[in-house]
Design a protein around this ligand. Structure first.
Ligand code: ACO
Ligand code: KIV
Length: 397
């Protein structure tokens, strides 16, 4: 039995991630990505939405046949044909899940699905029951949960639990909620929905987070949900996903490592696989992550300013809260540029075989700052060029 503080990482890069523009992946790319996600240690891998297309259904089936380790899931609307297609696609998996969803906010029920609340309750319960005839492990998501009337959210979650859902997901579908509000929603569900907590005080049903990043709070909301008792985090590599994306897996995993003092939860993620996984996704889709992306961006462990470089040379803890190696990034990158000081310049010149007196260093540094003001990137040959203007006085070793 897993510990009550164990977090299930549910990766939806291949489903919610793929849904966003520029993220379409071919069959073989999805399979390679799925193997990499298994190596990363995700617990549940949502491989696609089987009813969406023959290609999606084939990819899920291939992943279910070939990838071992994670539980393989397919999404399904609350419709018989979706659930049957999901069941067929995950059938070869060692461990499988059907993930069925129905919107619960009045806005979605009235404007989009054109059904009443009682009809939604019936459709959710029937769908979970049908899914349970194909799989022991069934997740129900109340789409747009965070804009749902709280009393109705309790009702729809209650019928899904009674119908046999083993995981209940509370999606912040449009990235609308705030950490305190999201945490309060989980506390309310624990308090009001019968059957989530078993007689032994442990959860019978896992509550799950699924956060979008429309207001830049997806990871903060996910962590708030975990602190309020959620034990599954739905997320994607590089935070890809609908619109502004989903909660980024690498950020959640790194936060759980770096702040284990405040977030004392265990998980199966192999942190040193974060960067390789991020790189692989960037290779397959049409964009990489921005340089300032937390944990895996090109600048996440890069330092250009002199005061920071000085601190880093004294002790990397001054400006890095985790080592690059711990998340699979090869090394810290000290960049010589407009904001650098003498210390890094001197070190770089020493590496190039030139040792300078303090006066020489001052002189070269002066010319370096003039050059750096004009030039965006400084290369070794630029530094050597600076020395040549003062060749007589610099010792080469
Ligand atoms: C929040 C989320 O991320 S939800 C997942 C979103 N992902 C996707 O939509 C990607 C895959 N989607 C697709 O390939 C297509 O939309 C399909 C195959 C699922 C459906 O295609 P179509 O039948 O042409 O319908 P279309 O996409 O235009 O409209 C959606 C239909 O699903 C219905 N629907 C939406 N959500 C649900 C639900 N949870 N349960 C039941 N029906 C639903 C809508 O009412 C609408 O039905 P209607 O066609 O009878 O009016
Ligand atoms: C289907 C659900 C889980 C979803 O993707 C959302 O609500 O964002």
């Amino acid at each position: 039995m897993s510990s009550p503080n164990q977090i299930v990482f549910f990766d939806t890069t291949l489903r919610d991630g793929e849904q966003s523009p520029g993220c379409t992946m071919h069959h073989d790319e999805k399979l390679r990505m799925a193997h990499q996600l298994a190596d990363l240690g995700v617990d549940v891998l949502e491989a696609g939405f089987a009813i969406a297309s023959q290609g999606d259904s084939d990819s899920i089936r291939m992943i279910a046949r070939e990838v071992r380790g994670p539980r393989i899931a397919s999404l399904a609307r609350c419709k018989r044909e979706d659930i049957e297609a999901a069941a067929r696609s995950i059938e070869p998996a060692e461990k499988a899940r059907i993930h069925t969803f129905l919107a619960s906010s009045d806005l979605h029920l009235e404007a989009k699905l054109k059904i009443t609340r009682p009809e939604a309750l019936h459709q959710a319960a029937e769908s979970v029951r049908l899914a349970r005839t194909f799989a022991d492990d069934v997740e129900f998501s109340a789409e747009d949960a965070t804009r749902t009337d709280p009393d109705f959210l309790v009702e729809i979650v209650t019928v899904a639990v009674q119908a046999g859902a083993t995981t209940i997901n509370i999606p912040d579908t449009v990235g609308y909620t705030t950490p305190d509000e999201y945490a309060a929603t989980f506390r309310m569900l624990f308090a009001k929905v019968p059957g989530i907590v078993g007689p032994n005080g442990r959860d019978n049903v896992i509550l799950s987070t699924h956060c979008h990043n429309d207001l830049g709070m997806a990871v903060a909301n996910t962590l708030a949900g975990i602190q309020a008792g959620a034990r599954q985090a739905e997320c994607t590599i590089n935070g890809v996903g609908e619109r502004a994306g989903n909660a980024a897996l690498e950020e959640i995993a790194a936060a759980l490592m770096v702040r284990r003092d405040k977030l004392p939860y265990t998980n199966n993620i192999k942190l040193n696989q974060l960067f390789p996984t991020s790189q692989m996704l960037a290779e397959f889709i049409s964009f990489g992550c921005s340089p300032n992306k937390a944990v895996v961006g090109a600048n996440a462990f890069a330092h250009e300013s002199g005061i920071h470089q000085h601190g880093m040379m004294a002790n990397p803890l001054t400006y890095e809260i985790m080592t690059p190696e711990s998340v699979g990034v090869p090394a810290t990158n000290m960049v010589l540029g407009k904001h650098s000081g003498r210390r890094l310049l001197e070190q770089r010149l020493t590496e190039l075989g030139h040792s300078l007196t303090r006066t020489q260093l001052d002189d070269v540094y002066h010319r370096f700052t003039e050059l750096a003001d004009r030039k965006k990137s400084i290369y070794d040959q630029d530094l050597l060029g600076l020395l040549q203007s003062d060749k007589s006085s610099v010792t080469t070793h």
